[in-house]
Design a protein around this ligand. Structure first.
Ligand SMILES: [Zn+2]
Length: 419
């Protein structure tokens, strides 16, 4: 039989590296011992799921692929309008506003003529479709499943977000995608422990149960891969998270604060528009208001909720664009305080009109806190020697590494091949 190389990627959404332990996640811990463990792996900014999904798929930072958060601001009819990237119609609005979706090709596009890509995702529709926004491969999601050319698929994914849906999706992924269809790239994106952690305390029994659940899903994939490739040479197995989480210390209403201090004229004003992204916020400016960027950045930096405030050319240091309406990036203040369950990492977060989860005491992400920026990243098989790797690594390195394993060009990607 001719060996055909494949890659399998499993994402345990929001599972921070330091919560993968033998007592919380026995299968992941066992897999770590067999894998190249990139202990310095970091998320992108904002550390939100939709940004992460686009960065994983393109091997590029947000400034290059253009997807700047879970909430984004687009110019519609000459006005800056904020919207949730999670909604099923977001990609159509992005296309109308900018003439395209992501500005860089995804791994699904690059693999269209090289064995194809199949994605099964149980997170938001936005994050799922950003894996392959222009439908070069297959994306299965509860909001609608699409094949090449955007064809709506009859065999959808009728599941609900959460553990039961993740379990059903994983079973189908192993049986149908890995064993029967065998694409060059297969991606499984679990909704837990993220879904539960936005509503409960990190390290609580409910949260630990969801880590154990994700661990069991990974075990199912790992044993399927073992059966298909006992020597571990053909299949590169990547198991990771997109980001970790911080405990919300307090929430601020940035819209209200900007109104109260006169930086914004009215709630409906489109001169200065805040895009809340959990523990971060991005501020967009109409051309006539860009003169306010330096003084507003200084004002923000002086507030007790501010962590890092970045504007102008320095936005590029965070991987953000410097050529559009984005004016200021605000990462909220964070520290290493432990919550009642002993889980470290606490951040201020920003209220969002699009989400009522992540109240104080619950988990949240989006910013630059040490714990939300610390995903785990294990690579097994494909000739990679097991052991810890201390080199810098990022979500954007996954796609070039996968394409390298598959023998497909990764030109134009900002990430590097991990070895
Ligand atoms: Zn996520």
């Amino acid at each position: 039989m001719t060996a055909r190389r494949r890659a399998v990627v499993v994402v345990c959404d929001s599972l921070a590296a330091d919560l993968v332990r033998p007592d919380t996640a026995p299968s992941l811990s066992a897999m770590r011992a067999q894998s190249a463990d990139f202990v310095a792996a970091r998320s992108v900014f904002p550390s939100t799921t939709r940004t992460s999904s686009a960065s994983m798929a393109t091997g590029c930072l947000p400034g290059a692929h253009g997807l700047l958060g879970n909430t984004m601001v687009l110019k519609e009819d000459g006005r800056l309008v904020r919207m949730s990237v999670g909604k099923p119609d977001f990609l159509d609005r992005l296309r109308r506003a900018t003439g395209q979706t992501l500005r860089r090709p995804t791994w699904a596009e690059r693999l269209a003529d090289h064995g194809g890509a199949i994605v099964m995702s149980n997170v938001s529709p936005g994050a799922a479709y950003l894996q392959d926004p222009d439908s070069f491969g297959h994306v299965y999601h509860r909001s609608g499943s699409r094949g090449p050319g955007g064809e709506l698929l009859d065999d959808g994914l009728p599941i609900e977000v959460g553990a039961a849906g993740d379990a059903a999706m994983t079973e189908r992924f192993c049986r149908e995608v890995l064993r029967e269809r065998a694409p060059a790239l297969a991606v499984l994106w679990l909704s837990e422990p993220d879904h539960t952690a936005h509503h409960t305390a990190l390290g609580s029994p409910e949260h630990l149960a969801m880590i154990a659940h994700a661990d069991a899903c990974v075990q199912q994939v790992r044993s399927t891969v073992d059966a298909l490739d006992p020597d571990g040479e053909e299949i590169l197995l990547v198991v990771c998270s997109d980001h970790g989480m911080e405990t919300v210390g307090r929430q601020i209403d940035l819209d209200e604060l900007l109104l109260a201090t006169g930086w914004k004229n009215s709630p409906q004003s489109s001169d200065v528009v805040v895009a809340p992204n959990g523990n971060a916020a991005l501020l967009y400016f109409a051309d006539s208001k860009r003169v306010d960027i330096p003084p507003l950045a200084q004002w923000l930096q002086d507030q007790d909720f501010a962590g890092r405030v970045v504007w102008g050319d320095a936005l590029a240091e965070l991987g953000l664009p410097t050529d559009g309406p984005l004016g200021i990036a605000l990462a909220l203040r964070h520290d290493t305080a432990a919550n009642p369950h002993g889980v470290r990492g606490r951040s201020v977060s920003v209220l969002s009109p699009f989400s009522n989860s992540s109240l104080p005491g619950c988990g949240q992400h989006g910013g630059l806190g040490a714990h939300e920026q610390q995903p785990f990243l294990y690579l097994r098989g494909g000739g990679l020697r097991p052991g810890e790797r201390g080199q810098p690594a990022s979500l954007i390195d996954i796609a070039p590494t996968v394409l390298h394993h598959l023998g497909v060009a990764a030109d134009g990607m900002q990430g590097r091949v991990l070895r």
